[in-house]
Design a protein. Structure first.
Length: 107
């Protein structure tokens, strides 16, 4: 998996891939993500929405995990994705928005 400076993600269709996700506040301090509800969504593919698993040993890390089925469902064109935080009061904040692309083929 490759992620560029803008947050655009490229994943390989032939492999299950993952990446650690952390978030810094305005002062550059890593935020504790353990009590936050984070959700990764892909435009046009509501079935690919999922909640990011937490690292058991480090509350500042969540994981983006992309299996081969996920990559196959993306199709050939880049798709917009966004990372949401769901708050207790029902509000939703979009933390990041970029594109995700799957490349390669499964043999």
């Amino acid at each position: 998996m490759l992620t560029d400076d803008e947050g655009n993600i490229t994943i390989d269709r032939a492999a299950d891939e993952w990446s650690a996700l952390s978030w810094e506040d305005d002062t550059g301090t890593l935020m504790d993500l353990s009590a936050r509800t984070l959700c990764f969504k892909v435009k046009g593919l509501p079935a690919l929405t999922y909640h990011l698993p937490l690292d058991e040993g480090d509350p500042t890390i969540r994981y983006l995990e992309f299996g081969q089925e996920f990559a196959a469902a993306l199709g050939a064109k880049p798709r917009e994705y966004w990372l949401e935080e769901h708050h207790a009061d029902g509000k939703v904040s979009v933390l990041k928005r970029a594109t995700i692309t799957a490349v390669g083929s499964v043999s």
